[in-house]
Design a protein around this ligand. Structure first.
Ligand code: HEM
Length: 327
């Protein structure tokens, strides 16, 4: 790299010093299942106490290479998980809303780096948000078949395997529309957002964002250890909703699965209106996500969610059927 290119690159590096230096969360600070938000909090791009807001989510998302449209979708999730003004990235903050740790609200089974709730019981509740090496090993092993990289070919394998593990081992396995969004959406974030402009989803990059290190040859997660890599340059061409939808379609169609849940005797399919159509296209994926987000929203937040989502999903070129907010 010549000195001019070096200077240009230096200009684009996201700060991880000064007010954005990594700091482990303190007692009482909220952290949860999302490595992206945990790292943004640990580096001071959202409030370090883990109580953020839809507008702060938009600003922080844009800072790490996420386009306006995807940022608006993420803001809508914060509206739904919180009280419309704030949301907790961990446990319910007492300010209203469930927070992200609440199982089977947004956090769900089949996560890549955390345990299914039923499989890691603790008192009280379950540990569905810390790093769990058994869960991550499925993806780690898939990466070994793909040059050690955590790109989409890796997640095409591990998305199906994590689903199969849930159905086979978790008697309370739930895989509904919200789980669909996170199960197929988050690999695109591991594969494109975390590597940033360098474009290589290496183990070192993933480990830094997720807070994984090695001890005695074992992968261990450092509680509160998620961080933005030093000298990291975000995607210079921000990641958009059409790109995300293409990515989700690619992952899903590699190994389509049914939505449903283990209840009683076995895996019971969700009703047909909660299934993806067979041979879906990008438009089907987008409209499914749009409807799924609304379906998880409390009535009080429907209008705010519509303000974020309708300008993206209900207009050209997608024209998803408008979700009625009752107005
Ligand atoms: C700001 C950019 C964001 C990035 C880069 C990001 C990235 C990720 C990644 C890679 C995962 C997968 C972790 C796993 O497999 O367990 C994840 C999980 C999750 N994220 Fe985020 N995320 C972001 C924003 C958000 C926002 C705004 C919300 C909601 C308000 C959210 C809620 C969640 C939840 C609930 C999970 C756990 C899903 C599960 O249980 O499988 N994330 N996120």
């Amino acid at each position: 790299m010549d000195s001019l290119s070096r200077a240009r690159r230096a200009h684009k590096i996201l700060s991880t010093s000064g007010t954005h230096a990594y700091e482990a969360p303190g007692a009482g600070d909220q952290r949860g299942p999302c490595p992206g938000l945990n790292a943004l909090a640990n580096n001071g791009y959202i409030n370090r106490n883990g109580i953020t807001s839809p507008t702060q989510v938009i600003t922080a998302s844009k800072t790490i290479g996420i386009a306006d449209d995807v940022s608006a979708v993420l803001a809508a999730l914060c509206v739904i998980a919180g009280n419309g003004v704030t949301c907790s990235i961990g446990n319910s903050s007492g300010l209203g809303g469930y927070g992200l740790n609440k199982h089977n609200f947004f956090e769900g089974d089949t996560s890549y780096k955390s345990c299914d709730c039923k499989l890691c019981p603790t008192h009280p509740g379950c540990d569905n948000y810390h790093f769990n090496n058994k869960a991550w090993t499925t993806t780690y092993n898939a990466a070994q078949l793909n040059g050690g990289l955590f790109g989409i070919p890796t997640f095409k394998i591990s998305a199906k395997q994590r689903y199969d593990e849930c159905v086979a081992n978790n008697t309370r396995c739930v895989f509904g529309p919200a789980q669909f969004i996170f199960h197929y959406g988050t690999p695109c974030l591991f594969a494109y957002i975390f590597p940033g402009d360098a474009g290589v989803a290496s183990e070192a990059i993933e480990n830094t964002w997720i807070g994984i290190s090695y001890s005695g040859g074992q992968r261990v997660g450092k509680t509160g250890g998620e961080q933005i890599p030093d000298n990291w340059v975000p995607l210079q061409s921000p990641y958009t909703v059409p790109e995300l939808a293409e990515c989700i379609l690619d992952l899903y169609t590699a190994n389509p699965v049914a939505l449903g849940a283990n209840v009683g005797a076995g895996f019971v399919l969700s009703p047909s209106e909660q299934q993806l159509p067979s041979n879906p296209d990008v438009n089907d994926i987008l409209c499914f996500i749009y409807a799924a987000i609304f379906s998880s929203a409390p009535t009080a937040s429907l209008l705010a969610v519509a303000r974020y989502l309708d300008p993206i999903f209900t207009v050209s070129p997608w024209f998803c059927p408008i979700f009625s907010t009752g107005r």
